[in-house]
Design a protein around this ligand. Sequence first.
Ligand SMILES: [Zn+2]
Length: 324
Amino acid sequence: MVTGIIYTPEYQNHQNYPEQPDRVLKTIEYFQHSGLKDFILPASYDERYILSVHTGEYLEKVKETEGIDETDNVYANSLLSAYGSLTAGELLISGAIDNAFVLNRPPGHHTYADRGGGFCYLNNAAILAKFLQEHGKRKIMIIDWDAHHGNGTESVFYEDSSILYTSIHQSPLYPGTGKVTDTGAGDGEGFTINIPVPARTGHDTYRKIFEKIIIPAGRVFSPDAVIISAGQDSHLGDPLTDLNLRTGSYHVMTRMILEKISTQVISVLEGGYNIENLSAANYAIVCALRGEENPFYIKKQKEPKSAGKALGKAISIAKSYGWI
Ligand SMILES: [Zn+2]
């Protein structure tokens, strides 16, 4: 299994605490200490790929956004982040790699076609989905396990039946969107699956969500490729959120996707603000992508009763659309 890890030290240039350079720097050090040495630099792409998702007017606005010091050109850094996901897409299409982990920042899933938010400027996952579609992978499933709802990605594809957008996120929490009853509109009716879960939801409930909703829906949809919007702020101990996933949970979820939905998987970094946990969780994802065993033990824990209720609601809605 050839897993491409897309990274450039330039991903440390952008400053936006707590969405900080250490998020990728410490991860790369963790990878190197674990024996991973080969990283792929992002290539450059035509602006039309960015414009496949974002309006020209919005791009002009991002170009005018200034960073907090002169080394931080927000537009250039956001573009480089999007290029990371496009590079993974190009290499997957060419067959040079089997799957990929994109260690990029700034993240993207809160960005709409015409506005950013929540540390995000360009929607890396959405831009990648459009790129894959243009290169023959017509049906794309996006699995967003960031603790925050990917309101931007949902909005871009809300009326699109060629993209199945699924999100498991803490509720209530920023940005306040992603109700279980928000299921898409027009041609995209049913092609958005939102699974909001309460604080302290952990590994067992996520595993059930995968077994009962994500995997069956993925098999019905049968995508040509899967994009993981991999926000590891759903990990226990994240300073911005209150979910309780364990480091090993990210290996379990990634492996389930690979084994039961599609081998064509690109994982794109979103959130994750406890630097140590983020580094280890990123490593867990890469181990699964490389076909290696889970190096992390998953400790059992108590979960709130309301987590089961949230799961039940999401199941009944997914059933009504024929996903399960
Ligand atoms: Zn997040």
